[in-house]
Design a protein around this ligand. Structure first.
Ligand SMILES: Cc1cc2nc3c(=O)[nH]c(=O)nc-3n(C[C@H](O)[C@H](O)[C@H](O)COP(=O)(O)O)c2cc1C
Length: 140
């Protein structure tokens, strides 16, 4: 999973992301401050993706791509996890201040997303998605 994440393409190959691997055992109460759901800490691992804006490629108009870098790397990790039969869940609704404090994040790291990683207790459900005709537009 980590190899898949590290192989992710990044803008100008800046690799402006960090992944923090956290063992949940005995850290449940700290982790619940970050995201207060039981299933978050039931998995043996939680991974946090951080952007490093100071390392990110910046477009001429000032847009910094470090969050995009972190997001692509994280999605590679999520897809590799699925391929191994592991369950994940993207989490954006976490408390960033608690994440900074609990994980001792330096100021130059921006937490972007978390996921628990573990063998899922539930069966896989079919995905509900809009039809392609709604999501894809052809420019004519
Ligand atoms: C960027 C992003 C942020 C998300 N944040 C959360 C979250 O904070 N909590 C949560 O339970 N699910 C979160 N999800 C999961 C989505 O709700 C889920 O992927 C979506 O409902 C589709 O479900 P499915 O992938 O199981 O089909 C997030 C997903 C993405 C891509």
């Amino acid at each position: 999973m980590l190899e898949a994440a590290i192989l992710a393409p990044t803008a100008a190959n800046r690799q402006a992301f960090r992944l923090i691997v956290i063992e949940t055992k005995k850290r449940e109460s700290d982790l619940k401050r970050i995201y207060p759901r039981d299933w978050f800490t039931q998995a043996p691992l939680v991974i946090c993706a951080c952007a490093v804006p100071a390392e990110g490629w910046t477009r001429k108009d000032g847009k910094n791509y470090s969050e995009v870098d972190a997001t692509i790397a994280f999605d590679h990790l999520i897809l590799a996890a699925r391929n191994l039969g592991l369950g994940t869940c993207w989490i954006a609704a976490f408390d960033p201040a608690a994440a900074r404090e609990v994980l001792h994040l330096p100021a130059d790291l921006e937490p972007v997303a978390f996921t628990p990683i573990g063998y899922p207790a539930d069966a896989w459900k079919p995905k509900k998605r809009r039809p392609a005709a709604e999501l894809v537009q052809y420019f004519k």
